[in-house]
Design a protein around this ligand. Structure first.
Ligand SMILES: *[C@@H]1O[C@H](CO)[C@@H](O)[C@H](O)[C@H]1NC(C)=O
Ligand SMILES: *[C@@H]1O[C@H](CO)[C@@H](O)[C@H](O)[C@H]1NC(C)=O
Length: 462
């Protein structure tokens, strides 16, 4: 090797070392509602859940958000980017029950510029509406009369009366998809519908309750559901990670805990019609033969039901088309049998970064920051493939691509800056395209006292 190459190599190493984990800098913190509804159910608040797709969303020159205000009315907000003031409107719908599952989810169909809202469901009918065409882009006045009536169908499509986790995602060819669970926890199917040419159509179930799960303790469970960490397109490929939850508590060591087990990865190259495992083997077709617990080669990080594994954490895909997920649980060094999901996760829960290598294997690394609560963390990736994890209470932990995502560093800590965030947050996943980390959170309150719903934003250095 000649001298110039050696110098270059040393310089490269030096730069990589000096750069370290990416930093972030605070841009602002805006108030969307000083009186958001507040109650705690299932360890969460209804206005902010990590599984919302999306609670806050950027499209074109506007940013949108949805939540319930203290009167229980569903509120939608819009502002012009980068820093316009927020306008709000109230939809003619009130939160039906104090259940933190019943989030407001926003989606936009690029073909016609309609804004779609699905909300207020937990194994019940959903409530849905969509706006007049063009509202997402034309800046027309922000008034509720631009939205159609609230229906318990998905527009023209009847999706039944047992719906949970409404999620909207745009495909690479600009169709809007709607992902949800039918059935119930421990016995449910994940479903897909698609909005094309102004109408919703059913694609079908892509992961079902069928099959048999036998736990290490010898017990079996007859049914389950797949909880997903996201539904993410990169180029033309759709990536999904998730975890199963069994119907039978007998498969967990304490016979009563939440029976979440294993981390699953599947992908689709035809927008969710057919599915492959990480090795590229076909494992399912939506509608006719959905993926199930016995599908071969779909488990990429095995874990039995005894560790308080979280469902619906989060995922993102890097520029090389590799999936990254955050999962969290109580590691074996703290004990092999979680007896209280809440207490044990709070005392000794840890978040892990799990990602796919280009050869199809997966690597997992523990993020060296204790959870200190039950709730979920959010992962997002910048244009240079650096990773940002927003842990509960708006603790931002980053790792650089150049370190192989090993140099985890806390770069912002909301517990020391007076945010007083409740816990779990949700991100504006489309805002990162502008190099901005946008975090939607609600302030911690007591009892049922309403509290502020806020958006904090940071520039990322990557
Ligand atoms: C796959 O890639 C990872 C990361 O580079 C490496 O650690 C692992 O040994 C590789 N495995 C195989 C089977 O090639
Ligand atoms: C539901 O939550 C609201 C707001 O926090 C509270 O005022 C009300 O008492 C709760 N209702 C029930 C039935 O718990």
């Amino acid at each position: 090797m000649d001298l110039s190459k050696v110098v270059l190599l040393l310089l490269g190493t030096l730069i990589a070392t000096c750069l370290g984990a990416p930093s972030i800098s605070l841009i602002g913190n805006s108030l969307l509602d000083s009186n958001g509804i507040y109650f705690i159910s299932y360890d969460g608040v209804v206005n902010i859940n990590s599984f919302q797709l999306s609670g806050v969303l950027t499209y074109g020159n506007y940013q949108y958000a949805g939540w319930y205000t203290s009167s229980r009315a569903a509120v939608l907000a819009r502002r012009q980017l980068p820093s316009g003031s927020w306008s709000t409107l109230q939809l003619p719908h009130s939160l039906s029950t104090n259940d933190s599952h019943n989030v407001v989810s926003l989606g936009i169909s690029p073909a016609d510029g309609k804004i779609h809202i699905a909300m207020d469901c937990h194994s019940t009918q959903l409530y849905y509406t969509s706006s007049e065409a063009g509202l997402a882009t034309n800046g027309a006045s922000w008034v509720a009369s631009r939205f159609g009536p609230i229906t318990t169908t998905l527009g023209n499509l009847n999706i039944g009366t047992v719906v949970t986790y409404p999620q909207f995602v745009v495909t690479p060819d600009n169709l809007l998809q709607f992902v949800y669970r039918s059935g119930v926890s421990g016995n449910g199917a994940t479903q897909l519908a698609e909005f094309a040419n102004g109408a919703w159509a059913n694609v079908g179930s892509w992961a079902s309750a069928s099959g048999t799960y036998g736990s290490p303790n010898g017990a079996t469970s007859p049914a389950r559901n797949l909880y997903i960490h996201g539904w993410t397109y990169r180029s033309s490929r759709l990536h999904v990670t998730g975890t199963w939850r069994e119907q039978s508590g007998g498969v967990s060591c304490n016979s009563g805990g939440l029976t979440n087990h294993d981390t699953v990865y599947i992908y689709s190259d035809d927008k969710g019609r057919t599915w492959k495992n990480s090795a590229g083997t076909s494992v399912g077709s939506s509608g006719s033969s959905p993926v199930n617990v016995n599908s071969p080669g779909i488990i990429v990080d095995p874990l039995n039901a005894d560790h308080g594994l979280m469902n619906q954490e989060s995922q993102a895909v890097d520029s090389a088309g590799q999936i990254h997920a955050i999962i969290s649980y109580v590691p074996g060094r703290f004990g092999q049998c979680v007896s209280s999901y809440q207490n044990d996760r709070t005392a000794s829960g840890r978040a892990f970064h799990v990602y796919r290598n280009t050869n199809g294997t997966f690597t997992k690394m523990e993020i060296p920051v204790a959870l200190n609560t039950v709730g979920r963390s959010q992962i997002i990736i910048d244009s240079a493939d650096n990773v940002y994890v927003v842990m509960p209470f708006v603790r931002v932990v980053t790792a650089s691509k150049s370190s192989g995502w090993t140099d985890w560093t806390v770069v912002y800590d909301g517990t020391t800056t007076g945010l007083n965030a409740f816990g779990e947050v949700t991100l504006d996943r489309s805002r990162m395209a502008s190099g901005i980390l946008s975090v939607f959170y609600q302030v911690k309150s007591s009892g049922s006292t309403p509290s502020a719903v806020r958006l904090i934003e940071f520039n990322v250095s990557g």
